[in-house]
Design a protein around this ligand. Structure first.
Ligand SMILES: Cc1cc2nc3c(=O)[nH]c(=O)nc-3n(C[C@H](O)[C@H](O)[C@H](O)COP(=O)(O)O)c2cc1C
Length: 163
């Protein structure tokens, strides 16, 4: 049995929908256990005990969300050298950009010697005004399908041992 850990944070629901879609996609693989954890609830042991990872975050102030950063801060050194070579993917929910959040995750993951299974998936919600940013988000079916595909591909790769 392989384990896929999905760690996310979301303020207005967009990233949560993306993370759930990826988890649903991975769950189509019966021999993969999928763990979907909010960043504040995830610890270094969860990383060490898993075989692959999906990190999902909004881009806030040109960065990953504070609570995902807190998760990495709490776990980085405890997990260092213990995750080498494992696969990961990043899902970013952004108003209009997302590139910096993607870069930050890539940098942290490369420190852990994780292998990206795909370029970071950035979905833009086009929220730029105060009202739009504070409003609950709805990710469209195409975006959710892309997240599901990443989850399914990651799970299939774990089962086949291709990573
Ligand atoms: C404090 C704050 C800062 C933000 N900064 C950015 C930003 O730098 N770049 C961007 O593309 N979107 C930015 N946004 C927009 C969010 O990324 C966008 O609303 C996203 O859909 C939120 O995801 P969520 O629904 O999972 O919380 C910001 C939102 C907030 C609340």
């Amino acid at each position: 049995m392989k384990t896929l850990l999905v760690v996310y944070h979301s303020m207005t629901g967009g990233t949560l929908q993306m993370a759930r879609a990826a988890a649903d996609g991975a769950s189509t693989e019966p021999s993969v256990q999928v763990r979907l954890l909010r960043a504040p609830d995830a610890a270094a042991e969860d990383l060490i005990d898993a075989d692959g990872y999906i990190f999902a975050t909004p881009e806030n102030l040109a960065a990953i969300s504070g609570l995902l950063k807190d998760f990495f801060d709490r776990t980085y050194y405890a997990a260092l050298e213990r995750l080498n070579g494992r696969p990961y993917a990043a899902l970013i929910c952004a108003g209009s950009d997302g590139q910096n959040a993607a870069r930050q995750i890539e940098r942290i993951a490369s420190g852990w010697r994780l292998k990206p299974v795909a370029p970071a998936l950035i979905i833009c919600t086009h929220a730029q005004s105060r009202e739009a940013i504070l409003r609950p988000k709805q990710i469209g079916p195409e975006g959710l399908q892309s997240c599901q595909d990443i989850g399914a591909a990651m799970a299939a790769g774990l089962v086949l041992g291709v990573y």
